[in-house]
Design a protein around this ligand. Structure first.
Ligand code: SF4
Length: 185
């Protein structure tokens, strides 16, 4: 996936407030990944080592809801860099599991997590802990913070659906993921 050719589509994937299940489903494409890499350069992703968001991308797939300031910063940067953005999976499409905290509010969530459930492990800044990005008041689906071009529902979307979507985009067609997906499955 490291050889760049002018014909290849420059792709990024990002995993924000999600469980990694959507990326696991992407990997479940299995041997068909070999077909995809004939057409795709995966430049930025949890699956590769690149740390900086590339300046120009053709396509970005976003897994997860936008829940903290770091999520927001990266989604906005990827949107600026990408010609086409896909919300991949129910957390990105609707907020899904991460948004369950929304009706509760931040303070009760913090009280539960950091007081009632507190442990005795204290991170030492001297260990290089960069700190935790501040949570947004609400966990949001991706389209509430940037424009999304295509929604691929499912928790996670099936590997066949992800392969279909990518294959159609490679062929220059706009896919209809609803043929192969449904919310919650
Ligand atoms: S949509 Fe489902 S599989 Fe994907 S990140 Fe959310 S909880 Fe995980």
């Amino acid at each position: 996936m490291s050889t760049t050719t002018p014909q290849k589509i420059k792709v990024a994937t990002i995993w924000i407030d999600g469980c990694s299940g959507c990326h696991m489903s992407f990997l479940d494409i299995d041997e068909r990944l070999i077909d995809l890499v004939q057409h795709i350069d995966l430049l930025y992703s949890p699956l590769v080592d690149m740390k900086e968001i590339p300046a120009e991308l053709d396509l970005t797939l976003v897994e997860g809801a936008v829940s903290n300031e770091h999520d927001l910063e990266r989604v906005v940067a990827l949107r600026k860099a990408s010609k086409f953005m896909i919300a991949l999976g129910d957390c990105a499409v609707t907020g899904n599991v991460p948004s369950m905290r929304n009706p509760i509010g931040l303070k009760p969530c913090f009280d539960r997590a950091y007081q009632e459930m507190a442990d005795i492990v204290v991170n030492d800044p001297a260990d290089g802990d960069p700190g935790i990005p501040a949570l947004l008041e609400m966990a949001k689906p991706v389209h509430e913070v940037v424009t999304v071009d295509l929604f691929v529902q499912g928790c996670p979307p099936p590997a066949d659906a992800i392969f279909y979507v990518l294959s159609e985009l490679i062929a220059g067609r706009v896919p209809d993921p609803t043929l192969l997906t449904r919310f919650g499955a």
